[in-house]
Design a protein around this ligand. Structure first.
Ligand code: HAM
Length: 437
């Protein structure tokens, strides 16, 4: 209870988070349904993991020199003094679960997983960038076939295409295998070392630990040494180059256009071989154009205590998908979800209306009624606003005749229908209506 004189606080949602209001959730559900449908098509099965994990999971997988681990994690100590972190992404948890539940022993390999849920990153808020956002991601673990790289990319593209997006750009790169990366790393260190004092303190730390991260630096991105930095493409060994060629070939077989960007390094440490991002090329999409990102992570399962099981996946945020839909001016036409609005006029009819509304719902007919004792005209307006298919009116007359007045809001026709055949009548006309649509 609020005490008299107590200071009332103006409490709002925390920065970087948002309420998704009932007027918006329809879009979310439509997109989520589309995604689940695509996952069924491609045979990816949902996995649900905790929203928080041991902090070490992310430092070991995402990498302790990455921005995510160094600057963006919501890490806290629980009452048992464990260091826990709200998950900033889903791959680490999926791989942890793969190892923990010995999914590598499943008869069907690769194991194909998907997840959809909130992720948390302490980032500067702007359009398309939030501190809590919903990621949909997939992981295919247990195959090093370049054909599955193409499958993973095609699923992401397919989600966007089915959402009506046309202005998409797929960018791919190869980060090579460990050997290729080691020789590239040596070349990067020799390139940057003589001038490292001119770089930010983050880059100075990255020089020995992870010089590839320097190429991803937002502070020093215009330093002249960035442009002349040795490109990973020139350090790919034969095996890595051949793998990349096959991925490109499969993408061509699937008719998926792509661009190659040798500077695409991605912001997480577990990647090797294929890396990709999908951007929106829609005008007015805003500064952040990346819709989805992913790549191959051979070695991560071993890093987290499992056997040698190569993996690949991607993730996209639902928020950015919805922004892209808006930027391409694609409207989601919201379907009416209300079959019947029931109006009871007078005390006795009100009781009948309460009973009937309940019965309709039991028979899987969506029904709504008034709980504010408003006038008939106002209730009719509500029915219109809710885009009800039918209105049922019960007055004293109808009660006496054990009937109701059933009005079809699309045609305007109304008929007196006996209560005994009402449900059948609504069901048959609804099926007819759906068939006509
Ligand atoms: P990521 O590039 O860090 O990769 O994030 C993937 C996607 O999540 C981004 O392209 C974007 O759609 C969305 N996203 C990231 N941060 C935010 C944010 N602050 N606000 C809104 N949306 C955001 C990963 O997370 C990897 N786990 C992807 C992956 C899966 N790689 C292999 N498997």
């Amino acid at each position: 209870m609020l005490l008299k004189g107590a200071v009332t606080m103006d409490i709002k949602v925390p920065r970087g988070t948002q309420d998704i209001l009932p007027s918006e959730t329809g879009k979310w559900q439509a997109v989520e349904e589309l995604i689940r449908e695509q996952c069924r098509m491609y045979q990816y099965k949902e996995i649900r993991t905790p929203v928080f994990e041991h902090t070490e999971l992310f430092t070991r997988s995402v990498g302790d020199t990455t921005d995510i681990v160094q600057k963006e994690m919501y890490t806290f100590q629980d009452r048992g003094n464990r260091s826990l972190t709200l998950r900033p992404e889903g791959t680490a948890s999926a791989v942890r679960a793969f190892v923990e539940h010995k999914m590598f022993g499943y008869a069907d390999q690769p194991v194909k997983l998907y997840y959809m849920g909130p992720m948390f990153r302490y980032e500067r808020q702007q359009a398309g960038r939030y501190r809590q956002f919903v990621q949909f991601g997939i992981e295919a673990i247990g195959s090093a076939d370049p054909a599955i790289d193409a499958e993973v990319i095609s699923l992401a593209m397919s989600v966007y295409q089915n959402a009506g997006l046309k202005k998409l750009k797929l960018v791919i790169n190869s980060l090579g295998d460990t050997d290729s990366r080691v020789s590239h790393k040596t070349a990067l260190v020799s390139h940057f070392e003589p001038h490292i004092a001119e770089f930010c303190s983050d880059c100075q730390n990255r020089l020995q630990k992870n010089p590839l991260r320097i190429l991803d630096c937002k502070v020093d991105r215009n330093h002249p040494l960035m442009e002349t930095a040795p490109s990973l493409a020139d350090f790919l060994n034969e095996e890595s180059a051949a793998y990349f060629d096959k991925v490109k070939e499969y993408l061509s077989i699937l008719n998926i256009p792509f661009e190659i960007d040798p500077n695409l390094v991605r912001g997480l440490d577990y990647y090797n071989h294929t890396a990709f991002e999908i951007m929106s090329a829609a005008e007015g999409f805003g500064a952040i154009t990346t819709l989805a990102g992913g790549g191959r992570y051979n070695g991560l399962v071993e890093e987290l205590g499992g056997p040698n099981a190569p993996g690949i996946g991607f993730a996209m945020s639902i928020e950015r998908l919805l922004l892209a839909i808006e930027a391409e001016n694609n409207e989601w036409s919201e379907q009416s979800t209300l079959d019947v609005y029931v109006i009871g006029l007078g005390e006795a009819a009100k009781k009948k209306a309460v009973e009937l509304t309940y019965q309709l719902r039991q028979k899987k007919i969506t029904a709504e009624m008034d709980y504010l004792d408003r006038k008939m005209k106002t209730q009719m307006k509500s029915a219109d606003r809710l885009r009800a298919k039918y209105v049922i009116v019960i007055g004293d007359d109808e009660l006496e005749k054990e009937s109701v007045m059933l009005k079809d809001l699309a045609t305007g026709t109304q008929n007196l229908i006996p209560l005994s055949s009402l449900i059948d009548q609504i069901k048959t006309s609804s099926t007819q209506l759906e068939a006509e649509e």
